[in-house]
Design a protein around this ligand. Structure first.
Ligand code: PLP
Length: 376
């Protein structure tokens, strides 16, 4: 089976992990963290061209820490898409604020600007655009709206490490940007995350939040938690950073080949493929198709099943969308999210990670062609 994503671990990561074990330096509760934490943060800063990077132990922790750093709390509202991994919304709930779900556009599945404007209220404190599948949200327009209504932007860049908007890294446009190093992500530490910002004061606050609100130790100044990244994870992440450019190139190569091979069938079968434009460049974290055939509404599920039967780990992100999960359904929120609902039933992601070969892609396309021909 070719999984939808798979970590790419070499000997160098293993050696670095062993070094951490040998040095008996598993973690550090000092303000700036351990040696590997600092080395990883430094290379992330350089890659993103941003002033501060604060590593934490998950993308969820990164989002929650960002909200805490802005003092977002009960009574506040945070605008975010429902078409995302549930962590985005959970971090808002954890802060005490109310998540207000905004619809997406069906061009690239990022937050819809018209629906966003409709949902802004006096209580809106922040917006969390999600660069889903590695597709950058409309960051220029979002910055304008944020300035106009004076609220913060926390970018959920957990899926978009390496994606560019106007040649600038996603995660570096907002007040803060949040990244994840979960096992399936473009760059992995097993578990891990980071917040990046150009704001010195927020960087200081974030370092406190990841360490129980302490500065020197046992001097808690604000609410913080244990969000520290262990040295073992930082060791993996640090080495992964060295091959990030290679990872991104291989993903791009695979995705462009896939698009080329699909060219002949997309209009025949009403398939929408992901397309970059002059402004948005993808990291190709997920290659996501949409099956838009009006005569066969369960086509997506059928094709997914056939691909899996043939060893291709096709996957759906996300069905259900957050607002339709049992926990979030309990909030009777304004949930007229047409494009979200449509997308959750029509999208399908295919593997394009560095472990996928040219032959795998050829095979994927052949299966797709065969199955579509059979059923339509
Ligand atoms: C992975 C992910 C997260 C959470 O990251 P974890 O490291 O798993 O906590 C948040 N948002 C999005 C969009 C993600 O894909």
């Amino acid at each position: 089976m070719i999984p939808i994503n798979r970590p790419w671990i070499d000997n160098e990561e293993k050696q670095e992990v062993i070094k951490v074990l040998d040095e008996n330096a598993l973690t550090s509760a000092s303000r700036n963290g351990g040696k590997r934490v600092q080395e990883f943060e430094s290379s992330l800063r350089t890659f993103l061209n941003v002033k501060h990077a604060i590593s934490v132990n998950s993308g969820t922790a990164a989002l929650h820490a960002a909200l805490l750093a802005l003092d977002i709390k009960t009574g506040d509202e945070v605008l975010l898409p429902s078409f995302t991994f549930v962590a985005t919304a959970n971090s808002v709930i954890a802060s005490g604020a109310k998540p207000v779900f905004v619809d997406i556009n069906t061009k690239d599945y990022t937050i819809d600007l018209h629906d966003l404007k409709r949902k802004i209220s006096k209580k809106s404190k922040a917006i969390i655009p999600v660069h889903l599948y590695g597709h950058p949200s409309d960051l220029c327009e979002l910055n304008e709206i944020a300035n106009q209504y004076s609220f913060y932007i926390i970018e959920d860049a957990c899926q978009s490490l390496g994606s560019l908007y106007k040649n600038k890294q996603t995660g570096t446009f907002g007040t803060m940007g949040c990244f994840s190093m979960y096992a399936s992500k473009v760059l992995t530490a097993g578990e891990g995350g980071a917040i990046v910002t150009n704001d010195d004061k927020l960087a200081d606050t974030l370092k406190m939040i990841r360490n129980h609100g302490m500065v020197e130790g046992y001097d808690t100044q604000m609410l913080g938690l244990n969000y520290r990244l262990p040295e073992l994870s930082a060791a993996i992440a640090k080495i992964q950073m060295k091959k990030l450019k290679t990872i991104l190139n291989l993903r791009r190569q695979n995705s462009l080949l896939l698009s080329n091979l699909l060219e002949t069938i997309i209009s025949k079968y009403n398939i929408k493929i992901p397309e970059e434009d002059q402004i948005k460049k993808f990291n190709w974290y997920l290659y996501t198709l949409a099956f838009n055939n009006p005569n066969n509404i369960t086509l997506r599920d059928y094709i997914k099943k056939k691909l899996i039967e043939n060893g291709i780990g096709a996957a759906v992100y996300y069905d259900p969308p957050v607002h339709k999960t049992p926990f979030y359904q309990k909030f009777s929120m304004n949930n007229d999210l047409q494009n979200t609902n449509w997308s959750s039933k029509h999208v399908l992601s295919l593997p394009v990670h560095p472990g996928v070969t040219e032959m795998d892609i050829q095979n994927m396309v052949n299966i797709l062609k065969r199955e579509l021909q059979n059923i339509l």
